[in-house]
Design a protein around this ligand. Structure first.
Ligand code: PLP
Ligand code: SF4
Length: 354
């Protein structure tokens, strides 16, 4: 028997025993994610036979999509911008020059699961896995799907932070850090809060976008109670991803003093129009989220069909400037291996007639 209580927790009661196991709603929804393209296409009223030629691409990176995200897709539309982000395509076998498995050189680090590329920010890979497999992701080739931050590693990380006084912000990343449960995150925060040099805690996650129920009250209250200023950086690429349920939860988080930002990836066939990007900014701000970054795609094997040229990216960005208030125009950047920060993609002065 399944009972959903007022906090969204599903209580599974087995009539034959006295055992009561508690699983949060988001964990239930995670377990029920689509992993079979045919079942996904069926749910969207699309013809699976048209997909046959693409099915091999699943071997490159498995399909995984939670149902609340599928509910935001348009049934019957094979070009739906949300579907395009998750459906394997035979295009993934193309690997043009300049594309590689590890474009950011991240598969080397002094402590596994820790990246210290930018002076004041330390990035921790809390969980290697994600709730959704995005076809454009630069992490699609990473060997760390099951990686998690264990206590021994966390101890090493805390020592590393103490030895690097410039670090004032810890970024929880992944995979997706919100794949960790609320208790694990609570423990992690307890440790980080003891380091006086830290001012901020940032969480980069796509999980709330695909499963809004991940924004639990427990986690919200824990972050609100932290002495660290907390920032949640969402990862949404299209206005259709910002559901009413997600908006409600985000507004509540914002009211609890959590800063909300968003980063997107510029993706051909998904959001490569000024109108779509402007709608995304508007939908984000309606949920109290500020657009932070618009990333040029990392040149990862299997994602070249999503690429948008820099020239086109600059053009789109200038069109956004003309349509939106400045605070709703994200910074257009790319990540270059070895640079001290994300690298802004500057408008061409010739383009603007200067
Ligand atoms: C992107 C990134 C950060 C954060 O950079 P900001 O510009 O502060 O958002 C930190 N560490 C690593 C390894 C990154 O890739
Ligand atoms: S790391 Fe982010 S973009 Fe990559 S698969 Fe996970 S959720 Fe998607």
């Amino acid at each position: 028997m399944l009972l959903v209580n007022s906090t969204g927790v599903i209580v599974t009661q087995q009539a034959t025993t006295t055992t009561v196991s508690v699983r949060a709603l988001w964990q239930q929804q995670l377990a029920e994610a689509y992993r079979d393209p045919e079942a996904l296409l069926h749910a969207l009223k699309l013809d699976p036979s048209a997909f046959k030629q693409h099915s091999k691409a699943r071997q490159l990176f498995p399909l995984m999509v939670p149902k609340p995200f599928v509910a935001q897709m348009r049934p019957g539309d094979p070009n739906d911008p949300l579907l395009r982000q998750v459906l394997p395509l035979s295009d993934e076998f193309h690997s043009p020059a300049g594309y590689s498995a590890d474009p950011l050189g991240e598969q080397q680090s002094p402590i596994p699961g820790m990246l210290h590329k930018y002076r004041s920010r330390l990035l921790l890979i809390v969980k290697g896995g994600c709730a959704v497999n995005c076809r454009y992701c630069f992490r699609r080739h990473f060997p760390y799907a099951e990686q998690r931050l264990d206590n021994a590693t966390l101890q090493q990380v805390c020592e590393y932070i103490a030895q690097h006084p410039d670090i004032n912000e810890v970024i929880l990343s992944g995979g997706d850090p919100l794949m960790a449960n609320d208790r694990q995150l609570d423990n992690l925060l307890d440790r980080l809060e003891q380091l006086p040099q830290l001012r901020r805690l940032r969480i980069h996650s796509r999980l709330p976008v695909v499963i809004p129920a991940r924004l639990t009250d427990t986690l919200r209250q824990r972050l609100n109670a932290s002495r660290l200023q907390t920032i949640l950086v969402l990862h949404a690429n299209h206005a259709n991803e910002i559901s009413a349920e997600l908006t409600t939860a985000l507004k509540q988080w914002h009211q609890s003093g959590i800063h909300l930002l968003n980063q997107s990836v510029l993706l051909r066939g998904v959001n490569d129009s000024a109108e779509v990007l402007s709608q995304l900014s508007e939908a984000l701000f309606a949920a109290d989220v500020i657009p932070y970054y618009l990333h040029q795609l990392d040149k990862v094997d299997g994602a070249s069909h999503f690429a948008v040229s820099d020239e086109r990216a600059r053009q789109l960005w200038q069109q956004m400037l003309a349509q939106l208030p400045g605070f709703l125009v994200p910074k257009l950047v790319r990540e270059i291996h070895g640079e001290a920060s994300k690298t802004p993609i500057m408008p061409n002065l010739e383009d603007s007639g200067v």
